[in-house]
Design a protein around this ligand. Structure first.
Ligand SMILES: Cc1ncc(COP(=O)(O)O)c(C=O)c1O
Length: 400
């Protein structure tokens, strides 16, 4: 992991604007037919997903692009049945297991179809009684709930829609259905910026969680869940891979009639995620991110960094006379931070000026407006510090 990045020796320099970072790559590897130097600029990318990835990972992948470890080909070009890819996927799984401390009675599946396909696969595979309870904390939970209604009785047992999903409902004593096959949550609400700080009391029912936007941002106790899943394009890798961590007793042949073979967890568990051609390159990048996380000290260390990073932004919002956060303090996400000025035109101007200064993708979700800074694992702390500096300057310039 380290070797490749060392060889690239990218030298970060602040440009005159003070925010756009310019990198100068030296004439490089034996595989490069280019002569001379390449220059490129990288911005601070606050996108909610696909999102920023660790630069070390991107540089190493670039180094290995034409010749992966002496195979003479890119990972994009190799058979998913090859020895080289077998090692990539096995190592990725082993590293993820280590990072999340995943018990042996859980399977790790690398699938496709995004988080959206899980909205269907979860009920198709788990709704044995055709009853499930959903906690509606945002659009993604709502979409999953709507999808589940196609397959059985999907109950909304709690919701925060009354206050535009700006909080997490009290889930300590919900009317969980006696015959519910599972209780479903979206653990971190990407659009609204809320996060479950305490998991719901499911009264003994299986907990299913969509963790797309908080995956690997802090330690989790996997044993509290029956199934955890997430699209990787926010905190782990490129779009196209969804990871499912599922307790073995939930993987059965007893699925709803008509469930396609590709939508059965058993198909993928039995084939070790190689039933069909998997998204090989995406899995390879995920594997590199797992190694990057391990080198950073794992999920405890990430939690500390993420808390520090989020605090910089939230502390600023809490004292700002122009900007304000939109979420109840105790439910604030460490990953997605929505904020507004209260004036839609000023919000639009902020987004525009921020982009010009190298802070991009700060526009809030199209359904809620305002701004949102997604500060996933790979966003460096200096990205948030500089964003706050920029916000301060904007505030001074636009004070009433
Ligand atoms: C929490 C959450 N769940 C589900 C989705 C949908 O993901 P996909 O586009 O991979 O289906 C998103 C996408 O942004 C999300 O943030």
């Amino acid at each position: 992991m380290r070797g490749g990045s060392d060889r690239l020796q990218a030298a970060g320099q602040e440009s005159a604007a003070g925010r756009m970072r310019t990198y100068r790559y030296p004439k490089s590897s034996k595989n490069s037919e280019e002569s001379g130097e390449k220059t490129m600029s990288r911005v601070y990318n606050f996108s909610a997903g696909p999102a920023v990835l660790p630069e070390e990972v991107l540089k190493e992948a670039a180094e290995e692009m034409l010749d992966y470890k002496g195979t003479g080909m890119s990972v994009m070009e190799m058979s998913h049945r090859s020895k080289a890819f077998e090692t990539i996927i096995n190592e990725a799984e082993a590293d993820l297991r280590e990072l999340m401390n995943i018990p042996d009675n859980y399977k790790v599946l690398f699938l496709q179809g995004g988080a959206h396909l899980q909205f269907s696969m979860v009920p198709m595979n788990l709704m044995k009684n055709r009853v499930a309870d959903y906690i509606i904390t945002g659009q993604w939970a709502k979409k999953a709930w709507k999808e589940a209604q196609k397959y059985g009785k999907a109950n909304a047992i709690a919701s925060s829609e009354d206050k535009v999903f700006s909080y997490i409902p009290d889930c300590s004593d919900l009317p969980v259905s006696e015959d519910a096959d599972y209780v479903y949550i979206c653990e971190n609400n990407t659009i609204y910026g809320t996060k479950f700080k305490t998991l719901p009391n499911t009264k003994g029912k299986t907990l299913v969680a969509d963790v797309s936007s908080c995956f690997l941002s802090e330690p989790v106790d996997v044993t509290k869940y029956g199934l955890i899943y997430g699209g990787v394009q926010k905190n782990i890798g490129p779009a196209g891979v969804v990871i499912v961590i599922i307790r073995e007793d939930l993987i059965t042949e007893d699925v709803l009639p008509g469930t396609p073979t590709m939508c059965q967890y058993k198909t993928h568990a039995d084939a070790k995620s190689l039933y069909n051609t998997p998204p090989c390159y995406g899995i390879y990048i995920c594997g590199k991110v797992f190694k990057w996380l391990k080198a950073k000290g794992g999920l405890e260390a990430m939690k500390e960094i993420n808390e520090k990073k989020a605090k910089i932004l939230y502390d600023f919002l809490d004292q700002s006379s122009l900007f304000k956060g939109t979420v109840v303090k105790e439910d604030r996400s460490l990953m997605n931070v929505p904020f507004v000025t209260g004036d839609a035109d000023l919000d639009a101007l902020f987004v525009k000026e921020a982009a010009a200064a190298g802070f991009v993708n700060l526009k809030g979700h199209r359904t809620v407006g305002g701004m949102r800074a997604s500060i996933y694992n790979a966003m460096p702390i200096e990205g948030v510090e500089k964003l706050v500096e920029f916000m301060k300057a904007f505030e001074e310039a636009h004070q009433a």
